[in-house]
Write a protein that binds this ligand. Structure first.
Ligand code: NOJ
Length: 763
């Protein structure tokens, strides 16, 4: 196993050249000096993290639990807090710790800044659809600038969990189904949040989560068991985490889930052996919320004391909201059950992060009220949010070039429950995004067309689901058809109808798994009624997960995937609808034809019966009532222009382990508009010691071309790019024949073959 892990480390090194989160001598010295002065209780206090349960700036909490927490802060038994936000609150909380505790050690303030602090950017799944790493990095950068200005030191992002199941609500928070794309996005987000120096107040520590395999929750049900092979763990799940570590991520969060019978919070192999051992991660591991306590209901710990014992031994350094460490580590150490060296190692990691953030020089360096006022939600941040949002839009269908629309058409009907919604675009996990603060689609369209077009608006229906709170959901009328009539009248005779359909913000996200992933409520009825009087429809979808669009796709001529795009959503969508921005997004997850196809992913195995059966029999791996293929494949997305791919040329037909192969094609913009295309490179290993996926993404380039222009596009790969977790537990390439594919998505590709000659991996 050690060799495998080492080789995995070697493999992942190619993903980034940035240094790992390292222990610089000065910071280490500072930490050592401090640790020499600390009592065991004070050390354990550093491993305790509380959420803010009372108003820090208000009067002291009246209840006993609040009083106890306050006292813990004052006595140096709280190393970190989450959900204390804003300069006033973080300063006040910091004062409580620094001014009252014996050693005055500052606390770390963490918050879920997932896709923006107050200026909301597209949800991470949408941003991944941009395949534009400069945009992804910029979004994280701005989130850090705003969060840092609000007194925060640490975000619990990026989530780098791969998922193949759109029923899982948290797919909105990651970069989709592919390990390569996830790895590249993870590194870009870490760079964006952390910048090049953590001590600058406009950078914050990042956190790669949830280590590991949380996205493989069975049946897409959040928090559910994950049961995966080492093949999937090493080849699919771990590479994005390794990429985040290589990019210097300061912290890692474990998760709620178990993998193959072991809850990850108590998994020594993952945290201590792999992450901290073989990968050399020197940062800190935080538990997920209460996940140490959850070792009891998981059934691996009889009580909280045993849970604390298991978690600290496994390598979980900080206890988020279980109070298990605070309550039980002192007695566990005194009884000799936990070696104090383990505590010291965990404390050193926490203090090292504080040192790197510059908190020992100035515990209040992130608490600048003037900066908070100036930078949060600034105009330049809004402009960036609009730009990233339009880059994240994916054009799924555009029959007869219905889009882009003209800004001088006569009558435009804008219909649907999401048309004038200023909240859904903010998405789930919205930091301090202000409710109802986004630019709605209707507002964006009106701003784009001015007085040149008559815009008729009708809501038509509600979303048919309300997940902001359970109470709200129960009170909703899911079958209300009363708005459909007015919508039909608005659509009648209009030149074009734009229908805004999909999901509200909190229909996806944590705890929001669904068994049906189509349009809820009476949205389909609304669409059909409108379609009956005016079929010239552009459906603009807002959603946090892949949806089943089979029926809609058959019905309407144009489909735009607009996800939850953040503060500037309406402007960004209007930019695309009216051709001010030519769409170039590509799907980071397969869109199924039917929910029964899930889990569905392009990089699947071939099986022994890939079919179809030449005799027309049923005995091959398929469904008898639906094709195996998705409706829209991974990597799919259209443009207002067209691109032609020339033949693939290979620099060699054969390469040795130490040689490189260059794969070249010529991309031509054959349409009438300038546009950007994501050229995708996939590889297939034809025969391996383990079964290999039918295709694996190995590279991509986003190329912008003027109408009529051509450009050569080349990719260079070597045996490191072909390496995988082999049958004998090694990370290496195996000699033999490979297929290389280049194309506009994972389905529509051209291919060529080459051979990797006999030999061995060099490192
Ligand atoms: C639970 C979530 O799983 C995790 O991702 C998040 O960071 C924490 N809660 C803190 O809010």
């Amino acid at each position: 196993m050690r060799t495998v892990i080492t080789l995995l480390f070697v493999f992942a090194c190619f993903l980034s050249t940035a240094p790992v989160f390292g222990a610089e001598p000065d910071a280490m010295k500072q930490v050592d000096v401090l640790m020499n002065k600390m009592t065991l209780t004070e050390k354990i206090g550093q491993l305790n993290q509380y959420s803010s349960t009372f108003d820090i700036t208000g009067p002291p909490p009246a209840d006993e639990a609040g009083q106890a927490r306050l006292e813990h802060i004052r006595s140096g038994q709280v190393g970190s807090m989450l959900n204390v936000v804003g300069v006033a609150a973080t300063r006040r909380a910091q004062e409580l710790a620094v001014k009252n505790s014996r050693l005055g050690i500052p606390m770390l303030f963490g918050f879920d800044v997932i896709h923006g602090y107050q200026t909301m950017f597209p949800i991470p799944l949408a941003e991944a659809a941009s395949w534009d790493m400069a945009a992804v990095e910029q979004s994280a950068r701005i989130a850090a600038v705003e969060a840092g200005a609000a007194g925060l030191h640490w975000t619990f992002a990026p989530m780098v969990d791969i998922s193949r199941d759109a029923r899982w609500g948290r797919v909105m928070e990651g970069a989709g189904e592919d390990p390569y794309l996830n790895a590249i996005v993870a590194a870009a987000r870490v760079r964006g949040f952390q910048g090049d120096d953590l001590s600058k107040p406009d950078t914050i520590a990042a956190c790669a989560k949830h280590f590991a395999a949380y996205g493989f929750a069975e049946a897409g049900r959040d928090y559910n068991t994950a049961e995966i092979s080492d093949d999937t763990l090493f080849n699919v799940v771990l590479p994005p985490f390794k990429a985040a570590v290589d990019a210097g991520v300061a912290t890692v969060m474990n998760g709620f889930n178990e993998v193959n019978g072991i809850p990850v919070t108590a998994d020594e192999r993952l945290q201590r052996q792999l992450l901290k051992g073989e990968w050399g991660f020197e940062g800190m591991v935080v538990s997920d919320w209460g996940s140490i306590g959850e070792l009891m209901p998981h059934g691996v710990a009889a009580d909280l004391k045993q849970a604390a014992h298991l978690a600290i031994t496994a390598g979980s350094d900080m206890d988020m909201e279980s109070s298990a460490y605070l309550k039980h580590l002192p007695e566990l150490v005194k009884a000799g059950l936990v070696d104090e060296k383990i505590i010291d190692d965990a404390v050193r990691r926490v203090l090292l992060l504080k040192a790197k953030l510059g908190l020992f020089e100035d515990p209040y360096r992130y608490c600048d009220a003037q900066r908070e006022k100036e930078v949060i939600y600034s105009e330049s941040h809004q402009a960036a949010a609009r730009d990233v949002a339009r880059k994240s839009i994916v054009l799924l269908k555009n029959k007869d070039n219905l889009l882009p629309l003209k800004k001088d058409m006569g009558v435009l009907a804008v219909i649907g429950p999401l048309a004038d919604d200023k909240d859904a675009p903010l998405g789930s996990w919205r930091g301090k995004g202000v409710t109802d603060s986004a630019v709605s689609l209707l507002a964006g369209i009106k701003a784009a067309v001015g007085k040149n077009v008559t815009v008729r608006y009708a809501q038509g229906a509600t979303l048919g689901v309300g997940t902001r709170s359970f109470v709200e959901e129960l009170s909703l009328n899911h079958d209300d058809r009363s708005g459909i009539k007015a919508a039909v009248e608005a659509a009648r005779g209009a030149d074009t109808v734009i229908m805004a359909l999909g999901e509200e913000a909190f229909q996806s996200g944590e705890g929001r798994s669904q068994v049906e992933i189509g349009l809820k409520g009476v949205q389909m009825d609304l669409l059909k009624a409108v379609h009956a009087v005016n079929p010239n429809i552009v459906v603009v979808l807002s959603n946090g997960r892949p949806l089943v669009l089979t029926e809609i796709n058959d019905m309407v001529p144009a489909l735009v995937e607009a996800w939850h795009l953040g503060s500037q959503s309406g402007h960004a969508v209007a930019d695309v609808l009216f051709g001010d921005h030519n769409p170039s997004g590509k799907l980071p997850m397969s869109f199924p034809r039917h929910v029964g196809q899930l889990p569905l992913y392009y990089n699947h195995k071939k099986t022994g019966r890939p079919g179809p059966d030449p005799g027309g029999l049923v005995f091959w791996s398929h469904y008898t009532d639906m094709p195996n293929s998705p409706l829209f494949p991974f990597g799919f997305g259209l443009s207002y222009t067209t691109f032609d791919y020339g033949d693939i040329a290979l620099s060699n037909k054969e390469i040795a382990f130490d040689e490189k192969l260059t794969i070249t094609t010529t991309l031509t913009n054959t349409g009438k508009h300038s546009g950007a295309e994501v050229v995708q490179l996939y590889v297939r290993d034809l025969v391996g010691s383990r079964t290999r996926p039918v295709k694996e993404l190995k590279g991509f380039q986003k190329i912008t071309l003027a109408a009529g222009a051509s450009q050569k596009v080349s990719f260079t790969i070597d045996s490191n790019d072909l390496a995988f977790y082999t049958r004998d537990g090694q990370w290496r390439a195996e000699p033999g024949e490979f297929v290389v594919f280049i194309g506009t998505n994972s389905r529509d590709v051209q291919e060529a073959r080459f051979t990797l000659k006999q030999g061995r991996q060099l490192n």
